[in-house]
Design a protein around this ligand. Structure first.
Ligand code: HEM
Ligand SMILES: C[S@@+](CC[C@H](N)C(=O)[O-])C[C@H]1O[C@@H](n2cnc3c(N)ncnc32)[C@H](O)[C@@H]1O
Length: 342
């Protein structure tokens, strides 16, 4: 069986191509271990020292017997030595398609199922350790052809520093504010940490921000408080804006349109239609098809924007623009579209 079959989440399962990593630092009691005769060491491990041949009559508390892969499932593992002559041990590195195989082995070593503790744990002691979910790179790469770009875990993104979260409004939207396009009752859709709702609130406009990420909405509400601005922030799905029971004169979409696949995109446009006042505007800043490479969200062409907003809409402008991000001072090529509800 090859390592990828053992360690990688199979295609068709959530997290396909990824792996669960158990990384543990074990300290060795070298004096006690070295003072054991070789046959005793072999008894502890359940394998011969020289050729690593599995013992016929291995003890039930031997390391190999406690970690029976036919019973718990297969893992892919490496032991790496660390340390100095006096303080040393092993970094255990184990990969598996399923966390429970690794967990079952640890429990077995500790004697949880039957009270028999792995003899190796007399000579080695775990100091630190953690499980890591390693996401396959391909899962983080946009797919072409109208598929949803990827199932981004936005809540997890907001626990860190997402590249779009620049802590100020996008210059393209500041431009729209300056030219009078942002007016009336404002909705910041997929608002993230709320910069555009707060921009509108700062202009004295009634502003709401909605996002499906509770983490983002919490951050946005906290920002409003610290900045002394009044804006409403709600966890709400952009695909069901009419369900909010409110109508908006200006909808600001910074980086949401390009998140949806074709089917969701059509639903989103219908949702916008149901939430807009006649004559109201929708402004969209989306990743442009001029962005090279594969990273980040799905690319959007001018043509796709035009064909998405037909019945009930009039396209006022679609201009090349820049989306500011945290990882490059030059920003990312984007489209800025302004569309009116007829
Ligand atoms: C101080 C820490 C550890 C040391 C020094 C150690 C060392 C070893 C050695 C020498 C072998 C037998 C030789 C070989 O097949 O490579 C072995 C086998 C194995 N170990 Fe460990 N190990 C440690 C911790 C762990 C942990 C934490 C796990 C699981 C979570 C684990 C799982 C296994 C498995 C599955 C085998 C193969 C058993 C078989 O032959 O089917 N080991 N280990
Ligand atoms: C690229 S971020 C942009 C955030 C923010 N507008 C900004 O400019 O910083 C896209 C945002 O859309 C949100 N989102 C994704 N799907 C959504 C949906 N169906 N309804 C509402 N928000 C959604 C995400 O949680 C994320 O905050």
């Amino acid at each position: 069986m090859d390592a990828s079959e053992v360690a990688l989440v199979p295609d068709g399962s959530p997290g396909a191509g990824g792996t669960v990593l158990l990384l543990q630092k074990w300290s060795h009691d070298a004096t006690a271990w070295e003072s054991l005769p070789v046959d005793q060491q072999e008894r502890v491990m359940g394998r011969t020292k020289d050729a690593s041949v599995e013992l016929e009559d291995k003890a039930p508390d031997s390391h190999v017997a406690r970690n029976d892969q036919d019973r718990f499932g297969k893992i892919f593992r490496r032991n790496m030595a660390y340390g100095t002559v006096t303080d040393h041990g092993t970094m255990f590195v184990g990969f598996s398609a399923e966390q429970r195989r690794l967990a079952a082995m640890l429990e077995s070593m500790a004697g949880v199922p039957d009270g028999v503790r792995d003899a190796l744990t007399t000579y080695a002691r775990p100091l630190t350790g953690a499980y890591y979910v390693v996401v396959h790179g391909r899962a983080a790469t946009p797919r072409r052809g109208g598929r949803r770009v990827r199932e981004v875990d936005f809540d997890a993104a907001y626990a860190g520093a997402p590249p779009w979260d620049i802590g100020r409004p996008q210059p393209a939207f500041l431009g729209l504010a300056g030219s009078g396009t942002v007016r009336g009752v404002v909705l910041d859709v997929g608002c993230g940490t709320g910069e555009h709702a707060l921009m509108a609130a700062g202009m004295g406009l009634p502003a709401t921000g909605v996002d499906t990420s509770g983490a983002a909405i919490d951050l946005a509400a906290r920002k409003a408080e610290t900045r002394g601005l009044h804006a409403r922030f709600l966890v709400w799905d952009a695909l069901d804006l009419p369900g909010m029971g409110a109508r908006f004169d200006t909808v600001l979409d910074s980086g949401l349109f390009h998140v949806f696949d074709d089917e969701e995109r059509a639903r989103y446009v219908r949702s916008l239609l149901g939430a807009g006042e006649p004559g109201g505007r929708v402004a969209i800043l989306a990743f442009s098809d001029r962005v090279p490479g594969q990273f980040g969200p799905r690319r959007v062409s001018r043509d796709e924007i035009e064909t998405s907003f037909t019945d009930g809409w009039e396209i006022l402008s679609i201009e090349p623009a820049t989306m500011d991000v945290t990882f490059t001072p030059t920003g990312i090529p984007a489209w800025l579209a302004v569309i009116a509800r007829t």
